[in-house]
Design a protein around this ligand. Structure first.
Ligand code: HEC
Length: 220
């Protein structure tokens, strides 16, 4: 009888533990999921708003233009902008103005017969590398009231190449030089490039060891 009682009590205890475990586990499951959904909803918005500024500040225009490519720019411009813009000399205005030779010209004025927004035509200044970069990165930050229905292009290589292509269309303004402060970064790039060919760690370790080994030998 005692044995049986112990067995029954044992099973009851066991069932309790299993039940407790299950409720803890399900609690963890739901807790784990709720915050994730909130984060998933919040992050893309934060990125869309804040990302452009951070990138614009981080990136040196001269540097990204130095590695830009006109052919890539033409291909990107046709694909991303061609629905609204023509690029050929004397090309028709569409949803947006013709863009031939726009680099160096006054902002929001050059295309005859195109109805610019008051905000763009009242912006002032000419299209140079800085203003074009800011415009294409985030049109509505550069000119809040613009009617250009284009969200902005964060891809530095694609954006720089499009700017280079626009500049090649009869403007040919001299490119801004990569910033002087970029000199250490340029060395870093070169080192990184070498590192791609030969593993960076190995490349660093080998001369260091060699130098240590050589130093005592030379002094003795
Ligand atoms: C959905 C249509 C649309 C797309 C896509 C678009 N644009 Fe525009 N673009 C416009 C409109 C409309 C304007 C005139 C905006 C205004 O007046 O505020 C404009 C204006 C411009 C201007 C100013 C021209 C001037 O005469 O000052 C430039 C430069 C420009 N766009 C470049 C581009 C580039 C480069 C792309 C692709 C990366 C692009 N746009 C994509 C519609 C578009």
């Amino acid at each position: 009888m005692d044995d049986r009682f112990n067995t029954a009590a044992g099973w009851a205890l066991f069932a309790g533990i299993v039940g407790l475990g299950a409720s803890i586990a399900s609690g963890m499951y739901f807790q784990a999921h709720e915050p994730h959904e909130v984060e998933a909803g919040g992050y893309p918005i934060a990125d869309a708003d804040g990302g452009g500024d951070a990138e614009a500040a981080a990136v040196d225009l001269g540097t990204i233009l130095a590695s830009a490519d006109v052919a890539l720019g033409e291909q990107q411009a046709v694909a991303r902008c061609g629905n609204c813009h023509t690029f050929n000399q004397g090309g028709a205005n569409g949803t947006g103005p013709n863009l031939y030779g726009v680099m160096g010209l006054p902002i929001g004025k050059h295309a005859a017969g195109f109805k610019y927004s008051a905000d763009l035509s009242g912006k002032g200044g000419n299209w140079d590398f800085e203003s074009m970069n800011a415009w294409l990165l985030a049109p509505k930050q550069f000119v809040p009231g613009t009617t250009m229905g284009f969200a902005g292009l964060k891809d530095d290589a694609a954006r720089a190449s499009i700017i280079l292509y626009l500049n090649s269309l009869g403007s040919n303004m001299p490119l801004p030089a990569p910033k002087a402060a970029e000199a250490p970064a340029a060395e870093g790039d070169a080192a990184a490039a070498e590192g791609e060919a030969a593993p960076a760690e190995g490349a660093e370790a080998a001369p260091a060891e060699g130098a240590e080994a050589a130093a005592p030998a030379a002094s003795e």
